[in-house]
Design a protein around this ligand. Structure first.
Ligand SMILES: [Fe+2]
Length: 394
């Protein structure tokens, strides 16, 4: 059995952190995505039939939706809410000096540091009401690189992140390896980057403030463009504010419903490539919340797991699933990488791929936007990273 999360509990020695109070879930009848639920503890079941059913459910979820709910993964709701309280504390208490000193620079290819509620790249941009702090491994390694107000809580943030990456993600990758009919540690050993607490990925504490009218106008109600994640798995803690939408096989956007305590997992492009297109890196975006949540803040904690940077992704041809069924040629990133490979040109390394994504990222409120084209009646953003064409619903 996997050990549950066992965080530091030396709260009396630290400043008081006001508890995060989850805002009420929306009562509006949104067009919900019907995501499957994986109860991760069942992976340890002594009953092979239970485990097999779990593998089958995971297979259907990542093939059809690219998204799933993960429950019973070892973190209690109380432990999770403590992390949200710390994230809220960061955004309430970060000093002006730290905001300036730790300002992020996406053009460097990494999101490390602080993003204020205006300007995606620089301090002169439009108000977007999105505040981030992103922790990469170097930020965990030096207190100088994180806001002073959270120094007393770095032990808790670090142990939480380590549990999520080294226990939860490792077990999730074991399940996904089984879908490929490979040994449990295949994806962990061959694809996932290592090194606690976050390896080559990052942790994000994000706060979406209620949208100002001018922000709504500028971004046409969008808070984040439709995109696919580039890493292995993204672990997003389900939150009450219903702003996340995913692109369905019916070519429509569907909202992701609040599931208290659950992790919303999505597959990144690296796993789409390794799986030969059997796993789906699904497009998703962030939009203005429904009317009854318009005045609420959306606090969000996300862990972006990343692959080994030096690898150039190839399908795992030793997978019996791939040997039996071949690769899925129609799939997004898989298809585009194959076009490059077929020309005899080396595909980008995972690090080049993710850094190109980040350096080229844009926000809906910015003047700089990607070229748009209409494909089958749907408006798409067109990008080209390192010779690989990408089309995403605008
Ligand atoms: Fe994303």
């Amino acid at each position: 059995m996997a050990a549950p999360f066992d965080p530091p509990t030396n709260f009396e020695t630290k400043p008081h952190v006001p508890p995060w109070v989850p805002p009420p879930a929306t009562k509006e009848p949104l067009d919900w995505a019907h995501l499957r639920t994986i109860e991760l503890s069942l992976l340890d079941s002594p009953d092979p039939a239970v485990v097999q059913k779990l593998v089958e459910t995971a297979k259907a979820a990542i093939k059809e939706d690219g998204f799933l709910y993960l429950t019973d993964y070892g973190v209690s709701l109380e432990q999770l809410h403590r992390q949200f309280s710390i994230a809220q504390y960061l955004h309430r208490n970060i000093s002006e000096t730290d905001k300036d000193r730790l300002h992020w620079n996406p053009e460097s290819g990494i999101y490390s540091g602080y993003k204020p509620g205006f300007g995606w790249r620089n301090k002169n941009g439009a108000v977007d009401g999105i505040l981030h702090f992103n922790f990469y491994k170097d930020d965990f390694a030096s207190l100088d690189r994180v806001p002073t107000c959270i120094h007393p809580f770095m032990d808790e943030i670090t142990s939480f992140t380590t549990y999520l990456t080294e226990s939860v993600n490792r077990r999730l990758l074991a399940l996904l390896s089984r879908v490929l009919e490979l040994p449990d540690d295949y994806l962990w050993d061959n694809v996932q980057s290592h090194g606690p607490p976050i390896a080559e990925g990052y942790l994000r504490h994000a706060l979406y403030l209620p949208m100002l009218e001018e922000t709504k106008q500028l971004g046409k109600g969008l808070r984040m463009h439709g995109h696919c994640d580039f890493g292995t798995t993204t672990m997003l803690f389900s939150v009450p504010i219903s702003s996340l939408q995913i692109w369905g096989t019916d070519s429509k956007w569907h909202s992701v419903k609040y599931n208290p305590g659950a992790l919303v997992i999505n597959i990144g492009e690296t796993l789409e490539l390794v799986s030969g297109g059997h796993f789906k890196a699904t497009r998703h975006r962030v939009v203005a919340p429904p009317e009854d949540q318009m005045n609420d803040e959306r606090l969000s904690i996300v862990i972006f797991n990343s692959s080994i940077g030096e690898l150039r992704m190839e399908p795992a041809y030793e997978s019996p699933l791939i040997q039996r069924e071949g690769c899925i040629e129609s799939q997004g990133a898989y298809k585009e990488f194959k076009l490059i490979r077929d020309q005899g040109v080396p595909v980008p390394t995972n690090r080049q791929w993710r850094e190109a994504h980040i350096a080229d990222s844009t926000h809906p409120t910015e003047a700089k936007q990607h070229e748009t084209v209409v494909v089958n009646g749907i408006k798409m953003n067109k990008k080209n990273y390192l010779g690989v064409n990408i089309l995403l619903p605008a």
